[in-house]
Write a protein that binds this ligand. Structure first.
Ligand code: WTA
Length: 677
C-alpha cells in the first residue's frame, strides 16, 4: 500500500457539518414526464450485473460497429470500455439528429451585452459550421487523428463548434478555461504537445470587451521557452469580419478563422471511425503537486456515460430548453453543456457572461426569454444571486422543471432558497457530486425516483458503487455518522483513462492507496480514490465534506495550493510560501497565502502586490488569495515542516490548538497580532 500522503490542512478538515435534513419528494408533474421512472434501474445496474449493465447507456448512441468486449481490464487500472466498438462523437452529437431535428436549435448563444441578439444555431447550421471548421483544421492546420490541439476559448458558440470539429477528425482537444492566464495555457500546450492553438480575439466579461488574443502571444512565447513550438494560432473573431483586439497579428503564425472559413464553404468531412477507447479530449486539473495533470477521456465510454446521465439525471428531452451556466472550460461544460446534451438532441444554452451582468435579474430574464425549463449551476452562483438579488426570480415569468447544483457542497439554507425562490417550489433539484476525472456524475438522486435531501448529494448513481474507507483501510459503514475517504468500488464508462503521459502518477494518485493487489487484473481489487471526505447516512445518501488533499475548491474551481505557492515563490524576495483554505460566504472557500521573506528584505505593500501579480500571471485571477500575509517566520515543526494546520486555524479564526511542540511557538501569537492589525 502506498505511503499515506500527509496533508495537514484540507478542506474536509475545516468543513462544517450540517444536520441531516428531511426528504422532499419530487412533484407529480415532474414524474409524469420524466425519462426514468423505473426503480428497477438500480437492480439492473447492481454489482451482479456489472459491467454489462452499461450497455443500456451505450445503446443510446449510434455505433459504426458494435463492441465485442464491454470491459477490458487487462491493463488494470487503465480500463477499456466497449472494446471493438467504432464510433464518432461529432456524428453522434450532430449528424444523427438531422433527420428529425435539423430545424431545431442545438445551441442558443446568449451574448453578454443585452442589446446583442441571441443566436439560435439549428442542428443543420451546427452541422455546416462543424464540417467547415473540421475541413479547416484538417486542410489548413494539418491536424489529423490522434494529434492534440489546445483551445483557449471563452463561452461563445465557437467553442463547442471547434470541439465538435476536432472530434470529427479524431483530433484530441484540450480546452483551457478562458480565464486562465497565457502562462497557464502555455503549460498545457507543452504538456499536451500541441502545435496549434485556437483562440478568439476578444469576449465580454462584466461589461468589458477583453483582449483575449494577448494571452495567445504570452502562451506561445512561454511554450517556446519550454521547448514546444506553436506553428499556428487560429483566431476566431467575436464579431465576424472585424478584428476586435489591440494585439497585432504575427505574420505567418496568426490566422483569422473567419477569413479562412470562406475557403471551406460547403466542405463536408467524413467523421473518423474511432475506436471506443481512443481519447476524445484532455482536461487539465489541479492535483496534489504543482503541475496540472491532463485527464484523458475516451470517446465511446465517455459519450455513453454523459448521454445516459444527461437523459436520466438531467432529464433532458429534445423539446426542453436546457441551460447549464458552467463554463465549457471546465469538465461540467464539456459533459453537460456540450457532449451529453447534444448527444441526446438537446437545445443547450451557451451564455457568454457573468450571472449578475448587468444586474442579478439577468439569469431569470434569459430563462424567461428562452423559456428555459432545465437549469444547472453551482452553489457559488446561487449564494451570490441570493445575496444580491433575493427577490429577482419572482419578477420573471419562467418556470423550471428541474435544477442542478454541482461543484461544491451546498448549505441546506442555500438549497432551500434555490428550491423555493429560483424553482418557485415546483422544480426538482439534483445535487450532483463528481469530478474532472470521473467524466460524469458519481452521486445524485434520480430526479423522479428518489426524494431530495438538502445538503446531501444522494446515493451512488446506477452502476456507481461508493465505499468509504478510514485512513487504515477499514470500511466505514453507512449510518455511523463517521467521515472517511470516499472511493468507488468499480470502474464505469465515463472515468478518465489515465493522466496524459503519466500513467504512474495516475496509478499512484487514484488507485494505490486502497489497492488490494497491485498485480491484479480484477477491477474488484482497485477502488478509485476520489480525494474527497464524505459521510454516508443510513439511507445511503452521501454528504461530501470537501477535499482531503492539497486542492482548494474556489467558487467550484479547483486550484492546487502547490500551484499558488510555486507562483508566489517566483517572486525574488519570497523565501517560503504556504496556502491554506479559508471559508468564504459566496465562494465556499478561498486561498489565504502566507509568505516569509529572504534575509535582508522588509515586508512592504509592494512585495504583496508582486506576489498577487505573479499568481495572476502564472494562473489567472481566479487564484488570487484573500490576503498575502508577510510573516517573520512560518510556524514549523522541529523537523522544519511548515504547520499549515496552524495557519489555517488562524485564517479561519479557529483555535490553533496545541502549538507547544512547534520549533517556534512564539511566532503564532505574533502572526495573530499582525492579522488583527
Ligand atoms: C467537489 C467538478 C460537494 C468535490 C464537477 C470534488 C462537490 C471536486 C460536488 C471536483 C457536490 C463537486 N457536492 N462537492 N455536488 N461536486 N464537488 O474536478 O470536492 O472541478 O472532488 O469537477 O469538486 O471538482 P472538479
Amino acid at each position: 500500500m502506498a505511503e499515506k500522503e500527509v496533508v495537514e490542512t484540507s478542506e474536509a478538515q475545516i468543513a462544517v457539518h450540517w444536520q441531516e435534513e428531511e426528504y422532499i419528494y419530487p412533484p407529480a408533474e415532474f414524474i409524469a414526464q420524466a425519462n426514468m421512472t423505473d426503480k428497477t434501474i438500480f437492480d439492473r445496474f447492481s454489482l451482479d450485473n456489472f459491467p454489462n449493465c452499461f450497455k443500456e447507456y451505450a445503446d443510446l448512441l449510434t455505433w459504426y460497429e458494435y463492441w465485442h468486449t464491454t470491459l477490458d481490464t487487462s491493463d488494470a487500472p487503465c480500463w477499456k470500455w466497449f472494446v471493438g466498438g467504432k464510433i464518432n462523437a461529432s456524428y453522434n452529437c450532430v449528424d444523427r439528429h438531422l433527420k428529425e431535428y435539423k430545424n431545431k436549435t442545438a445551441i442558443h448563444f446568449v451574448p453578454e451585452p443585452e442589446d446583442e441578439k441571441v443566436e439560435h444555431i439549428t442542428y443543420q447550421e451546427l452541422y455546416v459550421r462543424v464540417n467547415e471548421m473540421a475541413a479547416l483544421l484538417r486542410d489548413f492546420a494539418g491536424l489529423k487523428r490522434g494529434d492534440r490541439v489546445t483551445l483557449h476559448l471563452p463561452m461563445t458558440a465557437e467553442l463547442p463548434i471547434t470541439m465538435l470539429a476536432c472530434a470529427r477528425l479524431g483530433v484530441i482537444h484540450s480546452q483551457v478555461f478562458g480565464g486562465f492566464s497565457g502562462k497557464a495555457c502555455a503549460d498545457r500546450i507543452v504538456d499536451s504537445g500541441s502545435n496549434v492553438l485556437v483562440t478568439i480575439d476578444s469576449y465580454y466579461r462584466g461589461g468589458t470587451l477583453l483582449d483575449h488574443k494577448e494571452k495567445a502571444d504570452e502562451a506561445v512565447a512561454a511554450a517556446a521557452q519550454d521547448g514546444q513550438k506553436v506553428d499556428k494560432v487560429l483566431i476566431w473573431q467575436r464579431y465576424p469580419g472585424k478584428y476586435s483586439a489591440k494585439t497585432p497579428l504575427v505574420e505567418g503564425r496568426d490566422f483569422i478563422v473567419n477569413d479562412l472559413l470562406k475557403d471551406y464553404y460547403g466542405a463536408r468531412v467524413e467523421p473518423e471511425k474511432m475506436d471506443a477507447a481512443e481519447p476524445l479530449f484532455l482536461m487539465y486539473t489541479s492535483g496534489t503537486t504543482g503541475k496540472p495533470k491532463g485527464c484523458q477521456h475516451s470517446t465511446g465510454g465517455y459519450l455513453a456515460y454523459t448521454a445516459g446521465t444527461s437523459k436520466y439525471v438531467q432529464d433532458i428531452h429534445p423539446t426542453d430548453v436546457y441551460w447549464c451556466m458552467a463554463d465549457i472550460g471546465w469538465i461540467t461544460g464539456h459533459s453537460y453543456i456540450v457532449y451529453g446534451p447534444l448527444a441526446i438532441a438537446a437545445s443547450s444554452v451557451v451564455y457568454e457572461g457573468i450571472p449578475n451582468y448587468p444586474d442579478p435579474g439577468r439569469p431569470w430574464r434569459i430563462a424567461q426569454d428562452l423559456d428555459v425549463n432545465i437549469f444547472h449551476t453551482a452553489p457559488t452562483a446561487i449564494r451570490a444571486l441570493r445575496k444580491i438579488g433575493p427577490d429577482e426570480p419572482k419578477k420573471y415569468n419562467y418556470q423550471f422543471k428541474h435544477m442542478t447544483t454541482v461543484g461544491e457542497p451546498i448549505e441546506p439554507e442555500v438549497w432551500k432558497w434555490y428550491y423555493e425562490v429560483v424553482g418557485k417550489g415546483k422544480a426538482v433539484i439534483v445535487d450532483t457530486w463528481w469530478q474532472t476525472e470521473t467524466g460524469g456524475f458519481l452521486c445524485s438522486t434520480l430526479p423522479a425516483i428518489s426524494p431530495m435531501k438538502p445538503g446531501s448529494a444522494g446515493p451512488g448513481m446506477p452502476g456507481i458503487h461508493p465505499i468509504v474507507y478510514d485512513d487504515e483501510g477499514n470500511v466505514v459503514e453507512p449510518g455511523t455518522g463517521k467521515a472517511g475517504n470516499i472511493c468507488i468500488q468499480n470502474p464505469w464508462p465515463g472515468a478518465f483513462q489515465t493522466i496524459w503521459g503519466d500513467r504512474d502518477r495516475y496509478v499512484r494518485q487514484y488507485y494505490e492507496r486502497y489497492c488490494k493487489n497491485p498485480d491484479s487484473k480484477d477491477w474488484r481489487d482497485w477502488p478509485y480514490l476520489t480525494g474527497d471526505a464524505a459521510v454516508v447516512a443510513a439511507d445511503g445518501y452521501v454528504r461530501i465534506l470537501g477535499r482531503i488533499d492539497d486542492v482548494i475548491n474556489v467558487s467550484g474551481h479547483r486550484l492546487g495550493t502547490k500551484e499558488i505557492e510555486s507562483a508566489a515563490l517566483l517572486v525574488e524576495e519570497v523565501a517560503e510560501a504556504a496556502v491554506v483554505p479559508v471559508a468564504h460566504e459566496i465562494k465556499g472557500k478561498e486561498p489565504d497565502l502566507y509568505v516569509s521573506l529572504k534575509p535582508g528584505y522588509e515586508a512592504s505593500e509592494e512585495i504583496q502586490k508582486k506576489v498577487m501579480d505573479s499568481i495572476i500571471n502564472e494562473i489567472g485571477k481566479i487564484a488570487k488569495p484573500r490576503n498575502v500575509w508577510i510573516v517573520a517566520d512560518m510556524p514549523k515543526t522541529r523537523s522544519g515542516k511548515i504547520m499549515r494546520r496552524v495557519l489555517a486555524a488562524l485564517s479561519n479564526k479557529q483555535p490553533e490548538g496545541d502549538v507547544t511542540t512547534l520549533a517556534n511557538p512564539e511566532i503564532v501569537e505574533q502572526i495573530k497580532q499582525m492579522m488583527q492589525g
